[in-house]
Design a protein around this ligand. Structure first.
Ligand code: F6P
Length: 332
């Protein structure tokens, strides 16, 4: 039941609520900032939901004004915090979340996150709560968009780490197996592998033969005079520590593994994540003010636009074999 006591002026003012959900990603703060400031500029009241969908059904909600989002554009993580919520996935949890949107007079919810966040937003839309999704996950595995916030910063973090690993691998004439994030996808591994000049790149999207694609490659490299070897491995392929043991056992090359883990999720957002998060936030408010709801903001051919959420969720993408083959031609 909506409050009837609001003043006429308040009744006319629409409210946008913002939440971040799933794994955090550099650029989330930029998106929160842009939605808040563009929303205020467009005459909306802005609320921040803390701790993602878990906070939504609990009513963990704060007012946001222009000053609330000062000094966050350059910070990693999400100042609204995030949390994974099993409760929200239940009918009861969803129902509580819908009730909260009515109690707080929320007209549109902007959900910033990855695939799980988009599906949670879809559930709210089906329950009658208008939503806009902004894609944010370092995995960059959301089919409808060429870019998800956080990907560029994560790539830069990993490349800088591998440059450091290359120094010590070279000093000790070692092979360094670097396990990177990406959940079930290989976008991080492929990007980082090519950008760091890795000898071997392993992604879930392509089968490999241990002897032909790894052992033979490293032995040929050693015979060609290489003094160090970098193997970039997506976590969806397996554990880097297991791979390191196998490589050392089969090749005799001293091998060490490094799991970059959560380092890839933090750090100051790159220019690209600050730029695209700002664009996506503005485009989200523009879609709302122009009456287009239940949309995802996607990055396509250098620009951001809103598309139907159902269409977005039905869109899949996969690393092209040709892209992987291209990488093969230069990772020798
Ligand atoms: O989805 C982003 C991501 O960092 C994945 O690459 C990784 O597998 C997962 O989150 C880790 O999830 P959590 O933060 O819940 O451990």
């Amino acid at each position: 039941m909506k409050h009837e006591s609001v003043s006429k002026a308040e009744a006319k003012q629409k409210t946008i609520a913002i939440l971040t959900s799933g794994g955090d990603a550099p650029g989330m703060n930029g998106a929160i900032r842009a939605v808040t400031r563009a929303g205020i500029n467009a005459g909306y009241n802005i609320l921040g939901v803390r701790r993602g969908f878990h906070g939504l059904w609990r009513g963990d909600i704060i007012n946001l004004d222009s000053r609330s989002v000062s000094d966050i554009l350059h910070r990693g993580g999400t100042f609204l915090m995030t949390a994974r919520s099993e409760t929200f996935k239940t009918e009861e949890g969803l129902g509580k979340a819908v009730d909260i949107t009515e109690i707080f007079n929320i007209d549109v919810l902007v959900a910033i996150g990855g695939d799980g966040t988009a599906r949670g937003a879809k559930a709210l839309a089906e329950a009658g709560v208008p939503v806009i999704v902004i894609p944010a996950t370092i995995d960059n595995d959301i089919g409808a968009t060429e870019y998800a916030l956080g990907f560029d910063t994560a790539l830069n973090t990993a490349v800088q780490a591998i440059d450091k690993l290359r120094d010590t691998a070279s000093s000790h004439e070692r092979c360094s197996v670097v396990e990177v994030m990406g959940r079930h996808s290989g976008y991080i591994a492929l990007g980082v592998g090519v950008a760091s000049g890795a000898e071997v790149i392993l992604v879930p999207e392509r089968e490999f033969d241990f002897d032909d694609d790894i052992v033979l490659t490293l032995i040929k490299d050693r015979n060609a005079g290489k003094r160090h070897y970098i193997v970039v491995m997506a976590e969806g392929v397996g554990l880097g520590s297991d791979m390191a043991q196998l490589i050392e056992k089969r090749t005799g090359i001293e091998t060490r593994s490094t799991q970059l883990g959560y380092l890839q999720r933090g750090g100051a957002p790159s220019f690209r994540d600050r730029w695209i998060s700002s664009l996506m936030g503005v485009k989200a408010v523009r879609a709302i003010s122009e009456g287009r709801l239940n949309r995802m903001i996607v990055h396509k051919e250098g620009d951001c636009k809103d598309i139907d959420l159902d269409e977005a969720l039905a869109t899949e993408k996969r690393i092209l074999d040709d892209t992987i083959n291209m990488a093969d031609t230069i990772t020798i």
